[in-house]
Design a protein around this ligand. Structure first.
Ligand code: S3P
Length: 448
């Protein structure tokens, strides 16, 4: 759904909160939800999904797969059924696919289309239309697809799929699970073996799920940690039953809120802890955060636990750049934690944050500064001097930070508001619905 034209902006002020207490369950993992629908749509037969994230981004994926021939139905809360068309049988959609705000939908679907004999036009909102697509256009062009993109390799763009596509061996020039996944999805309908070489590991949901759906996929890890992923094409996918674990990237906002607000103790149930996603918890523990894993178990082939989080005195750290891919979406809220820690936090090697739903380095530096934090913005990161546990000053009535159509900036600054003396105004909370439609309800339930 595009926010820039559909409905008016929704400003909101987030006020300081008393202790946060109680148990919550966050919505399903966004990455796994997208992939459940896409792979279900390529399997022959019925895939059943529970715990699906019903955020706008995932609904964009569902609408796109319907437009290309699959049956994608909601049968209850988070409960969905997908009847796939089979690999190679995606249909030409009747019009452009509107990807709304969703980079994951766009890049992964560009991969799917690239090896089908169809032509698809992709559009998106103002945020998505600024994001670079060259990173997927390059490998998919090598596979034989052709593209007509807007200036700078951006949306709106048209993909003409190749039939047959050509298998490639591709070394990822950026640490990006979306680029990796676009190639693996294109490879499903490509004869022969396609190989993706990943020098820096990124989230591995595509690999796990493709194997789960019966694709012939192998992962070899070399001595230096480089991952070599090979998939055999002209695959036949078998329908699956998938229980989507809770999204660690959504849990992140409540983890940090509970650490920052004095007296808080919160349990967040069913949080996915795939090691390629669990970087934030590791860094917060290094900072002194009290986060316990309860009832560790497996859900939908992914490690999961209930997290118990207690208010903690945090210390600043130098964040190891090597951990960045395992918490790439969590930096905005980590910056909020750092703004209240004791001492200095240095986060570097984060150029990728400049091409997310917004330029998250500048957006967070500007927003946190307005809320009274001490921030130095660098080319590839931020240096944050914390308050030593004191609340942030907050902002005057009527003042608002700019979220740039970025859900994670809105939710991070909501957390900053809870941990402030006078509150934080956010210019527009509509984007929160892209990934976390019940964020405000859960926040209200913990704040009592
Ligand atoms: C995602 C990969 C990451 C992440 C995004 C979801 C995915 O993007 O930021 O929210 O589901 O593959 P990049 O591949 O651009 O790092």
């Amino acid at each position: 759904m595009s926010h820039d034209t559909a409905t008016p902006m929704r400003p909101r002020r987030f006020l300081p909160a008393g202790p946060l207490t109680g148990r919550i369950r966050v919505p399903g993992d966004k990455s796994i939800s997208h992939r459940s629908i896409m792979l279900g749509a390529l399997a022959v037969g019925e895939t059943r999904v529970t715990g699906l994230l019903e955020g706008e981004d995932v609904l964009s994926t569902a609408a796109a797969m319907r437009a290309m021939g699959a049956t994608v139905e909601r049968v209850g809360e988070g409960e969905w059924r997908v009847h796939g068309v089979g690999v190679g049988a995606l249909l030409q959609p009747g019009g452009p696919l509107d990807m709304g705000n969703s980079g994951t939908s766009t890049r992964l679907l560009m991969g799917l289309v690239a090896s089908h004999p169809i032509q698809v036009s992709f559009t998106g909102d103002a945020s998505l239309s600024k994001r670079p697509m060259g990173r997927v256009i390059d490998p998919l062009s090598e596979m034989g697809a052709s593209f007509e993109a807007s200036e700078g390799g951006r949306l709106p763009l048209i993909v003409r799929g190749a039939s047959p596509a050509v298998p490639i061996t591709y070394r990822l020039p950026v640490a990006s699970a979306q680029v990796k996944s676009a190639i693996l999805l294109a490879a499903l309908n490509t004869p022969g073996e396609t190989t993706v070489i990943e020098p820096v590991p990124t989230r591995d949901h595509s690999e796990r799920m493709l194997k789960g759906f019966g694709a012939d996929l192998t992962v070899n890890v070399e001595a230096d940690g480089t991952r070599v992923i090979t998939i055999k094409g002209e695959a036949e996918l078998k329908p699956q039953v998938i229980d989507v674990p809770g999204d660690p990237s959504s849990a992140a906002f409540f983890i940090v809120a509970a650490l920052l607000v004095p007296g808080s103790e919160v349990v967040i149930e069913n949080v996915g802890l795939n090691p390629t996603r669990a970087g934030l918890v590791e860094v917060l523990r290094q900072m002194g955060g009290r986060i316990d894993f309860l009832d560790e178990r497996e859900v939908g082939g992914e490690p999961v636990a209930d997290l118990r989080v207690k208010h903690s005195r945090l210390k600043g750290v130098a964040v190891d750049p090597a951990i960045a891919p395992a918490m790439i979406d969590e930096f905005p809220v980590l910056f909020v934690a750092a703004a209240l820690a004791e001492g200095v936090t240095v986060a570097s090697g984060l150029d990728e944050l400049r091409v997310k739903e917004s330029d998250r380095l500048t957006a967070m530096a500007v927003a946190l500064t307005l809320a009274g934090a001490q921030i130095e913005e660098r080319e590839d990161g931020l240096v944050i001097t914390g308050t030593g546990g004191a609340p942030l000053p907050g902002m005057a009535e009527g003042a608002r930070v700019t979220t740039h159509l970025d859900h994670r900036i809105a939710m991070s600054m909501a957390v900053a508001g809870l941990a402030s003396s006078s509150g934080v105004g956010v210019d527009d909370i509509r984007p929160i619905a892209t990934s976390f439609p019940n964020f405000e309800d859960l926040l209200a339930s913990l704040a009592g």
